[in-house]
Design a protein around this ligand. Sequence first.
Ligand code: HAM
Length: 422
Amino acid sequence: MTIQTLRGTVDILPEATANWQWIENIAQEVYKCFNFSEIRTPVFESTSLFQRSIGEGTDIVSKEMYTFADRKNRSITLRPEGTASVVRSCLQHKLIQPQSIRRLFYTGPMFRYERPQAGRQRQFHQTGVELVGSPQPAADIEVISLLKTFFDRLGLKDVKFRVNSTGSASSKAAIAEKLRSIVSPSKDKLCADCQKRYDTNVLRIYDCKVTNCREIIRTLPGISTFLGDEDKQHFQDVLDGLDALGIEYVVDDFLVRGLDYYTKTIFEAYKENSLGACDALAGGGRYDGLFSEMGSSFEVPSVGFAVGMERIYNILKSEDLFPEEKGIDCYIINAGVSFINILPVLQRLRNSGISASCDLSGRAVKAQFKEAARQKADFAVIIGEEELKNDLLKIKCLADRSEAELPISKVNDYLKESLNKE
Ligand code: HAM
């Protein structure tokens, strides 16, 4: 058997790449409108970067990372997400000073050893932003409205936002302590994972799907019960901003996220009845303590999100929302001349920005016309002995079947005008 892709990885084939590029281009246009600049970080990093930022007790770090020793026995990990690398890069290259703001975006493959299913892969793609350096609720509102603008520009309808607040960096320890004391009498009834979460990040218990745990969770108060006045006000300001922008959301007092670095606002975007269990299209939130935990000598409050691109792709595809793919401008039909006669015409077209192709397998004229149609060519240019002798090439518009005859030197201008090209 020939070698196949590994489980949880897929080839994005030529038939799909135009649609992927369409998504990426819209993302870039929206990022530019919001004044975000691109950052590209390596796909592998020191394992300790993710252990320290995402958190040792999280599923990502404890179960899902692609970690290996390199040839010098250093522990390397394929990035499971982008935020940790952006923080590392900002610190390494001193991209931020106290009070300064950076608006950054990234797009690329991420790696998590998860059980593959629809919309869940081991190599998947995220596009995301990090608004670095602002504690203001306005920053949270800005990234959520950017995400909403992105969905709108894609034509994605009925995307909902779930929002919550998990408390500031300074109150996290106290919140965890209070929750532990409430959960403590039922600790023995929790699943093995939640017993660990009880010690490492007790809030994550809210997210457990095990039946026994769900029964205990049902008796717990929502996270807002634990918030101090300042955190509550910050969250209310974010909600007021979303209201002002007409962005619909539901406050989910039990929402928690699978990464330890979050403080205050957290959110997820999802689409009901779309992909069943794994329907989060994007997730994000504020992480005011992460820069300091990663070694910053000053505080760098930040907020961001990442979109799961496969999930967006799947919905756009199933709802038939991708634009129809444009074909090439021109297909050259070789009506029995040497390829040497075709080459200069082809090259001149391409040099002037007209996309052009031709047969390379010696097919009959009829088959070449079929191929031109298959490639959705706007025009066919026919070159035969007769045409060369008279210096008159036949140009056929494949949409309305109209024809013109022009000297070789006029073909480019004619096509450019017909195709509305500069
Ligand atoms: P996350 O929730 O772990 O957050 O991932 C964001 C999105 O990536 C998810 O909502 C989902 O759409 C997609 N995703 C995650 N795992 C997979 C998978 N195995 N296959 C396909 N798609 C997947 C983060 O990664 C944070 N770094 C987001 C963030 C940025 N927070 C602040 N800034």
